[in-house]
Design a protein around this ligand. Structure first.
Ligand code: SF4
Length: 76
């Protein structure tokens, strides 16, 4: 937790990242630290919230299969 706080203080992109972050999971300590967010979800076979629509993001299903399903639905 402390490590993320230090990263947040030092990250030069944190404000811009937060403008683009649609993640509604409030307790997450990686919010705005896109590199850490991506690493975390990649390790878990997932994608970050910003790959999903706001409505879908709120389901917290960040699986790659859900992402592909959402893209197929949009294109039909
Ligand atoms: S997408 Fe995941 S890691 Fe990124 S801010 Fe949201 S909950 Fe945290």
């Amino acid at each position: 937790m402390v490590a993320y706080e230090i990263m947040r203080e030092k990250c030069p992109n944190i404000k811009e990242n937060m403008k683009q972050c649609n993640c509604s999971y409030e307790p997450c300590e990686r919010k705005g630290l896109c590199c850490q967010c991506l690493h975390y979800h990649r390790r878990n076979g997932e994608l970050p919230a910003c790959y999903f629509s706001d409505a879908l993001e709120k389901t917290y299903d960040r699986s790659i299969s859900r992402f592909i399903q959402s893209r197929n639905t949009v294109r039909r």
